[in-house]
Design a protein around this ligand. Structure first.
Ligand SMILES: [Zn+2]
Length: 127
C-alpha cells in the first residue's frame, strides 16, 4: 500500500503520503472522542483522513439487499462502525515514549528516511 512518493492525480492535484500510516497508534485530540487511543486501520491520503479502530463510531441503518458475488451480504440492521477522522484531530503516539507527539523526518546513517518523535528524538519506524 504505502509508497513513500507523492502521487499526481488526473486533476493535477498532488497527493502526498500521510505521516500517519496504517498500523500506527494514534490519540484523538479533538471532538467527541478526545482522549481515546486506537490503531489506524485505513488511511485516505487524498482526503487527509484516517480510519481509527473504535473511534468516531457511527451507526448505519443497513438495509438488507440481494447479495451478489460483487457485493456479498454483510451485516444488516443497526451497524456500528468507525468513520474516517480528519488528520488534524489525531496525533501519533510514539511507540518508544508513549506520548502523543508531532513527527520529524530524519535520515539514518545509510540514508534511509525515517519518522522521528519530536519529544524523545527516537526513531518511530524500525530501521
Ligand atoms: Zn517518543
Amino acid at each position: 500500500m504505502s509508497t513513500a512518493t507523492a502521487k499526481k492525480e488526473e486533476s493535477g492535484r498532488v497527493v502526498r503520503p500521510l505521516k500517519i500510516r496504517k498500523g500506527d497508534m494514534v490519540e484523538v485530540i479533538a471532538g467527541k472522542d478526545r482522549g481515546k487511543r486506537g490503531k489506524v486501520i485505513h488511511t485516505v491520503p487524498r482526503e487527509n483522513r484516517v480510519l481509527v479502530d473504535g473511534v468516531n463510531l457511527v451507526t448505519r441503518h443497513q438495509k438488507p439487499r440481494q447479495a451478489t458475488r460483487a457485493t456479498p451480504q454483510t451485516q444488516t440492521g443497526r451497524v456500528v462502525k468507525p468513520a474516517p477522522l480528519h488528520l488534524s484531530k489525531v496525533m501519533l503516539v510514539c511507540p518508544r515514549c508513549n506520548h502523543a507527539t508531532r513527527i520529524a523526518m530524519s535520515f539514518t546513517q545509510d540514508g534511509k528516511r525515517v519518522r522521528t518523535c519530536k519529544k524523545c528524538k527516537e526513531y518511530i519506524d524500525s530501521v
